[in-house]
Design a protein around this ligand. Structure first.
Ligand SMILES: C[S@@+](CC[C@H](N)C(=O)[O-])C[C@H]1O[C@@H](n2cnc3c(N)ncnc32)[C@H](O)[C@@H]1O
Length: 268
């Protein structure tokens, strides 16, 4: 598990900005990211009140923030990278949403006060953090006692060797990928942050290898290495991603979990 001693380095933030500037347009139109049912499931699980103020960290093109804005009084979406923030601003204007705004900022040093938000959420970004535990602590700091902290992310195998193989494939595809945690690790960091885990929803996405590489605009040599490793994996499933052939194309499974937590009140 990541230790609190590791900080998000400037080099890593530069890699994140480079990837998500290059990928911004493709990412913003990816089916799994725009999927209205998936967004509705997450918002339903969070179940915000109409009076709530919500914060989405690492908002990217802002779909979670915009889905929350349909239910909350006010929403802020924050991200390190300017290109997806610009897409989020444009999309929210087009949708006529005037209770959501998007800001540049760093999830490990949030500029908001303690307990400012009723809901703090992060989707599909923990696997880009060097120290997810430290960022979770920041999410908890800005959430009011009794409020909701929710994290949705990919998760890796409980078997460390398979998890390492899966994370290597992800890193070859996208240099800003750090590590998808195992589901038990994700839940453990929630407990260490003092959160009460209220609900866990898991899901399995069937992903087409070539579409996955294209959406990240993976370089030719890295993509060749990913294909070679998946070819091997078709026989062994050494990554836990369960690759298989359908209609002449390699597909594999990405597992995701949404973990909905409550920040404990003092004395609870
Ligand atoms: C895979 S995208 C997820 C976007 C969005 N949450 C969604 O579900 O569509 C990851 C995002 O995390 C952002 N990010 C990564 N590290 C960050 C950090 N330390 N602070 C703020 N944003 C960060 C990236 O810029 C990128 O937009």
């Amino acid at each position: 598990m990541a230790s609190n001693a590791i900080a998000e380095t400037n080099d890593h933030k530069a890699a994140v900005r480079e990837e998500f500037t290059r990928q911004a347009q493709a990412y913003a139109s990816a089916a799994v990211i725009t999927d209205a049912d998936r967004l509705a499931r997450l918002v339903h699980a969070i179940d915000p009140a109409p009076t709530d103020r919500a914060l989405e960290i690492a908002t990217g093109p802002g779909y979670v923030a915009m889905a929350l804005a349909e239910r909350c009084r006010e929403v802020i979406g924050l991200d390190l990278t300017a290109a997806p923030i610009a897409i989020a601003q444009r999309t929210s204007r087009e949708r006529g949403l005037n209770n959501v705004r998007f800001e540049l900022g760093e999830a490990d040093h949030l500029s908001y006060g303690d307990g400012e938000f009723d809901v703090v959420v992060c989707r599909f970004a923990f696997h880009h953090f060097l120290n997810p535990g430290a960022i979770l602590a920041e999410m908890c700091r800005v959430c009011r006692p009794g409020g909701t902290v929710a994290v949705e992310d990919l998760y890796a195998s409980e078997n460390p060797t398979r998890a390492a193989r899966c994370n290597r494939l992800e890193q070859l595809r996208d240099t800003s990928h750090t590590r998808a945690l195992a589901l038990s690790e994700l839940i453990a960091i929630m407990g260490l942050a003092g959160l009460e885990v209220e609900r866990v929803h898991s899901d399995r996405l069937t992903t087409n290898l070539e579409g996955w590489l294209t959406s990240a605009q993976t370089s030719t040599d890295r993509a060749a290495e990913v294909r070679r490793r998946f070819d091997e994996d078709l026989r062994a499933d050494a990554s836990g991603m369960a690759p298989f052939m359908r209609d002449g194309a390699i597909r594999f499974i990405q597992r995701t979990a949404a973990i909905i937590c409550r920040k404990m009140q003092r004395g609870e």
